[in-house]
Design a protein around this ligand. Structure first.
Ligand SMILES: Nc1ncnc2c1ncn2[C@@H]1O[C@H](COP(=O)(O)OP(=O)(O)OP(=O)(O)O)[C@@H](O)[C@H]1O
Ligand SMILES: [Mg+2]
Length: 315
């Protein structure tokens, strides 16, 4: 277990960004830095924390936590669908097969929360799906639903999109989309089952699929705290009955704190103090351990030189 002091000691060494000399293509996402060469993609998971699509701060070990979670889930879902992971040569780095990521985010939900709840409350359908009347916030849905969203260009927000529109606009071929639907539900069901064994509810998640030689593969991240919601099962029912927010392992408390400060992605972000950053780090680490059932063993200190050596040295 990491002490507060160890987390504090990591603050000057957080992995904020990388910018290596690299002959291939480089891409900086909100959280990951990509180095692409031929059919390989190095994904460096940084410690950047984004909320409302804005990068707000860095959290000690957040990158290693996310990568550990992705490794855990890729490892146990490989027989459901082939994924892009080739190797994790460092806790912050994933070596992956580069593919053509499809322009649709594949969201699966088991409970009515987040943007789906907001749309439902306003009487809207959710990515073309009409839910029964009378559902309450955080209620378990009658069945899993798939609510895709467009993968927006840099800087834009993702928008819900219906199955009909995806196929109608030819964003994804029908045979591929049918495969993706099956794969996404199967992945989610395994997520639910594993989470349940750990006393957690698997609430919703986002997948990104890509094409490689005309085959669909699972890319990006899987069931991490950036892409998924997890709730604590033990406290769910009572909170649901009283209309309170469920106890969450994911980054929703950070979003809620920001909203309480009057921030929702526009204008000047509130100051996130070192104390906050340490608290958030603790949440990420304990959530990671809860989900995987394994002790989180970070690589401490300045990880940049080792990552640079790995990527630049192997191009
Ligand atoms: N195997 C892969 N092949 C090609 N691209 C991939 C692969 N895995 C992930 N990606 C892409 O790499 C990027 C990862 O960076 P990150 O998650 O930080 O981006 P983001 O800010 O969430 O999204 P975007 O870059 O779309 O704005 C994403 O654009 C993701 O779609
Ligand atoms: Mg992403």
């Amino acid at each position: 277990v990491l002490t507060d002091q160890e987390l504090r000691d990591q603050l000057p060494h957080v992995l904020a960004e990388t910018d290596f000399e690299f002959s291939g293509y480089k891409y900086k996402g909100k959280v990951r830095d990509s180095y692409v060469e031929a059919d390989r993609r190095w994904l460096v998971t940084s410690d950047r924390l984004s909320a409302f699509d804005v990068v707000l701060t860095t959290i000690p070990f957040k990158g290693q936590v996310l990568n550990t979670l992705a490794q855990y889930w890729f490892g146990i879902t490989g027989d459901i669908v082939t994924n892009h992971l080739l190797d994790i040569p460092h806790p912050n780095v994933m070596l992956a097969r580069n593919c053509n990521v499809l322009p649709v985010e594949v969201v699966v939900r088991s409970y009515l929360t987040g943007s789906a709840w907001r749309d439902y409350k306003e009487g809207k359908s959710i990515s073309g799906i009409t839910l029964p009347d009378g559902l309450k916030m955080s209620q378990k849905l009658p069945e899993l639903i798939l609510t895709p969203a467009t993968k927006a260009e840099k800087g834009d927000h993702d928008e819900p999109i219906s199955r009909e529109e995806i196929l109608g606009r030819g964003l994804v071929e029908k045979r591929h989309w049918e495969f993706i639907e099956k794969a996404a539900f199967a992945l989610f069901s395994l997520g639910e089952q594993k989470a349940k064994e750990r006393g957690l509810l698997f609430v919703d998640t986002k997948y990104e699929f890509g094409l490689l030689d005309d085959k669909v593969i699972l890319a990006d991240e899987i069931h991490t705290l950036d892409s998924s919601r997890y709730w604590v099962e033990e406290t769910y029912q009572e909170r649901f009955n009283t209309g309170a927010q469920p106890e969450m392992l994911d980054k929703e408390p950070t979003r809620q704190w920001l909203l309480d400060q009057g921030y929702s992605g526009i204008g000047k972000a509130p100051i996130i103090t070192e104390e906050h950053r340490i608290e958030i780090a603790k949440r990420y680490i304990s959530a990671c351990e809860w989900i995987t059932g394994e002790e989180f063993k970070p690589v401490k200190g300045n990880v940049l030189p080792e990552i640079e050596r790995l990527i630049v040295g192997n191009q």
